[in-house]
Design a binder for this molecule. Sequence first.
Ligand code: UD1
Ligand code: CA
Length: 460
Amino acid sequence: MSFKNAVIVMAAGAGTRFKSKTSKLLHDFAGQPTISYLAKTLSNLKDTQVIFVVSYQKEKIIELLSKNNSFLFVEQKELDGTAGAVRVALPYVDKNVSKIAVVPGDTPLIPSSLISNILNDRADLCVVGCSLDDPSGYGRIKSTNDKKVKAIIEETDLEAKDKKIKVVNTSIYSFKKEFLEKALSKITINKKKKEFYLTDVVCIAVNMKKKINCVRFDEPDLVLGANDRLGFLSLAKEVWNKRAMDHVNNGVTIIDTKSTYIDDDCLIGTDTCIYPNSFITGDSKLEEDVTILEGCRINNTIIKKGSVVGPYVYIDGAEIGTNNKIGPFTYVRPGTKTADKVKIGGFVETKKTVVGSGSKIPHLSYVGDAFIGENVNIGCGVITCNYDGFKKSITNVGDNAFVGSDCQLVAPVNISKNSYVAAGTTVTKDVPEDALALSRTPQKHIEGYVKKVREKNSKK
Ligand code: UD1
Ligand code: CA
């Protein structure tokens, strides 16, 4: 494949201001690792080679990003600054590339349109600037009176008179390739910080009389991200809130968008209603007219029309049919698949279980590795004993069967259609059609026993 453009992502730093054992790039940001957002943006750019410069926790970053993408990864062995990062990537840039964008890896929300814009810019060097009320901590873009860019000066090297400059360097740039090659060879080490600063390219371009452009993009959340943990968390909150509001604008009722957390890839149908403190994550899809009551987590799950879930239900990797009632306080685990009008009630756990139309598991049960037919009633406290310490076994319950309360179904076992299992039965053998299964110790009464005990104790 030959490319017209390239993007170099500077992603080698440890992100020390984040104060974490885990790289900032791998931290969850509104539902996905921070770096996944930029990766998604870049993978959609046409004719563009993408090179990630990595070092800190590189194995994990490479593993995460290689899954669905064809990115190139280059290791920056010595963390000697932003120019050093670009320098190690440059030899890997495809020979047909004429324009190179450079972006920081820790800024998840950079818009793809901005990257396309600067790649199309004709200047030798284009730098994206952002105006901030409080520019402290950032490199400042210094311009001449007629708005020509003169230099980028880091906070530590700033003279007092330049402290009032409000336009900061976002670390998002584009370069003509020949210029970048020449400029990088001229950058010398910054004596204070002992790093090679990519920002020095501006002075080099001025000296070489190259054309410099500054593109202003005054939305700091998108181009500067956040450096410390607090800033990062509040930015993530805004992203969650905005996503929820987008769903509201598309016809979903969300009682409180600030406490409803919906992943980017989730689909939600019209007139579905979501109560506060719920997470809808992964590849979940909620069809129309679904209600998610408060405190639910729905992960990688399809919920069909008209179903009501919650409060406090966790559904993971399941497919819920139309007009179901799930919960409250229920754990629906992977491989659960229900037909229409199913009820999985309070304090129930299901796993790898198919439930037929109209069936009910209303209270306090564990049903795992089971096939439940249509119009079955599973009474309160029924347990499938699906594990013998070595392997899992299957329980089949036929259509219209009625399993009374507090039964244990010891798998593998079949309960045939139209049969009854009496309350308190431990089923260890298959139950035939239309039969009643019963395994109870007969009840006996010892007449007058309690009265005798009472009398004996009152004499002491
Ligand atoms: C940099 C800019 C500053 C700008 C700011 C915007 C320089 C010298 N300064 O400062 O003008 O206002 O970004 O956020 O460039 N990285 C590497 N290898 C390294 C060093 C850094 O890959 O050796 C990566 C980091 O992981 C990070 C990015 O480059 O993703 C920026 O580095 P960082 O240390 O955050 O630079 P700042 O001090 O914020
Ligand atoms: Ca930074």
